[in-house]
Ligand binder design. Structure first.
Ligand code: ZN
Length: 503
């Protein structure tokens, strides 16, 4: 998709607040002959301009037709999510047209505090999310049927440049991230993830390297090795480097890449296993962000470290009661083999600290379902040991639309073990509650566990992102449940852009 300028194409989408005032919403580039046809035709429909309504008109020109799609915006709340929903609704409505080029006239017609840039960005983000899924719901191969050209009617040159230089690279990163996360697990194991990173990122100037099973053994990364021990697809630590020229300490992104999570011996029930291909969404989001970073040529040394493994069952797999020796030297008592993401991440974090000495670390993981309990799908909850980093991430959330909210850590004593330095899940508080694992502060406990592997003076944030990454939302985006939404890429990239600008 390319955002060209403000040309009137054969398919035009116009936001309308009140059908009786249609003339005021129509783009100035429509000549009076076409405007009169539109008003006449619209009167013969039941279209009023209410949110959720849309109507297609065919306007005759000298040569051919213009397909004019009127979309109701009366009742639109003007929030980021409402703009994404509207974009998804339009995509859904347009699915039968599949236009090669489309012109939008949406910004400026809805009462909102958001800038024109933000309105259009969020609308097009929702549009691209929905178009993607409509086409690829049933398919293994991802091939986006986005319109080749998008025009913003009434859009200034600044707006078009902004979308071209900022939104498009983010959409491309999100698209890569979604492909990685949504590909079925039989086709996306650690070795496949590595190959996709090489194919996609190396040509853009990202250095891709990898620690295989033997390297992980000599490095004593026993937590990551244990997590992947039950799978024939051996774990890997995948390292992506951008402008890491040793002149200054890099920013590190560390991702949980559980290609499939059965729960291991603490096996998940059948229904809970469905969609566990998405347990590598943290890693996929980071790989997607690296693509955007390269496309935007962000002037900052960045290292991404991805712990890639499959948590499966085998006579050799790790068990509850095991004591494992982490790469950092800590001993960990395994209580629950389904709390494997923090183990894989812990080794990745201590490896990152040891070899890259980062100035700051952000890890991204679908670590706990409790993240959805805290903030649903509208905010990414995160914990951080640093106030400035936390404030910058929340600000990046506001700018990008991928909203993030700082949450508290759980107390360290919840993780005390009698026979090791740590246990891998928290204290049991309410075992009597039917259907509950009984572990309190799930998301905060995961963060506190990871904090043990971070030096006190290294600014660090842990994003627990399953709620925002996987679409659970209502409305037009509802159809995309059980697939990665492509969110998080914009948050990470916007934060990094902010750092680069300050340098
Ligand atoms: Zn798990």
């Amino acid at each position: 998709m390319t955002i060209i300028s403000n040309k009137l194409t054969s398919h035009v989408v116009v936001g309308v607040g009140k059908a009786s005032d249609l003339r005021t919403y129509l783009p100035a580039t429509l000549d009076s002959h076409l405007v009169n046809q539109a008003i006449l035709q619209a009167k013969q429909t039941a279209f009023t301009g209410k949110l959720g309504e849309a109507v297609t008109l065919h306007l005759a020109k000298d040569k051919g037709f213009i397909t004019l799609i009127l979309v109701g915006v009366c009742g639109h709340t003007g929030t980021v999510n409402a703009f994404r929903e509207l974009g998804a609704f339009v995509a859904d409505y347009c699915k039968n047209f599949k236009p090669e080029a489309v012109s939008f006239c949406i910004h400026g017609v809805i009462s909102t505090d958001l800038s024109d840039e933000m309105q259009t960005t969020q609308f097009l983000f929702g549009f691209s999310q929905a178009v993607y899924n409509l086409e690829n719901d049933q398919n293994v191969h991802i091939n986006l049927p986005m319109p080749k050209e998008v025009h913003i009617l009434g859009g200034s040159k600044t707006l078009v440049n902004f979308l071209q230089n900022n939104l498009l690279p983010i959409l491309k990163g999100s698209e890569f991230s979604r492909m990685l996360a949504n590909t079925p697990p039989n086709l996306m194991m650690p070795e496949h993830f590595l190959k996709h990173c090489k194919d996609e990122l190396e040509p853009l100037g990202v250095t891709v390297s990898c620690l295989d099973h033997n390297d992980l053994e000599s490095e004593q990364m026993n937590l990551l090795l244990a997590v992947g021990k039950g799978s024939v697809h051996k774990p890997k630590l995948i390292v992506l480097e951008w402008k890491n020229n040793k002149k200054s300490n890099p920013i590190a992104l560390v991702g949980k890449g559980l290609m499939f999570d059965s729960g291991g011996y603490c096996v998940k029930p059948g229904a809970g296993q469905y969609s566990m291909k998405l347990d590598m969404t943290g890693a996929a989001s980071i790989a997607g962000a690296m693509k955007t970073i390269a496309l935007q040529n962000i002037d900052l040394p960045i290292v991404a470290v991805i712990a890639a493994a499959e948590n499966s069952i085998h006579s050799d797999a790790y068990c509850p009661d095991d004591i494992l020796h982490a790469h950092s030297g800590h001993t960990v008592e395994i209580i629950d083999t389904d709390a494997e993401g923090r183990l894989a991440l812990a080794d990745a974090l201590s490896y990152t600290v040891k070899y890259f000495d980062p100035r700051c670390i952000i890890d991204a993981a679908t670590l706990t379902y409790a993240a959805i309990v805290i903030m649903g799908s509208y905010y990414i909850p995160f914990c951080s040991n640093n106030d400035q980093l936390a404030a910058d991430l929340e600000e990046a959330g506001r700018i990008s639309g991928d909203l993030a909210w700082r949450a508290p850590f759980a107390p360290q004593e919840y993780l005390e073990s009698h026979i090791a330095d740590l246990k891998n899940v928290g204290k049991v508080f309410y075992p009597h509650v039917k259907g509950s694992s009984g572990h309190a502060c799930g998301s905060g406990i995961g963060a506190t566990f990871l904090q043990n592997f971070i030096p006190e003076d290294t600014p660090w944030a842990h994003l627990d992102l399953i709620g925002a990454s996987v679409e659970w939302k209502n409305g037009s985006l509802r159809a995309y449940r059980h697939s990665h939404s492509g969110e998080n890429v914009a948050l990470l990239v916007t934060y990094l852009q902010g750092v680069a600008t300050k340098e």
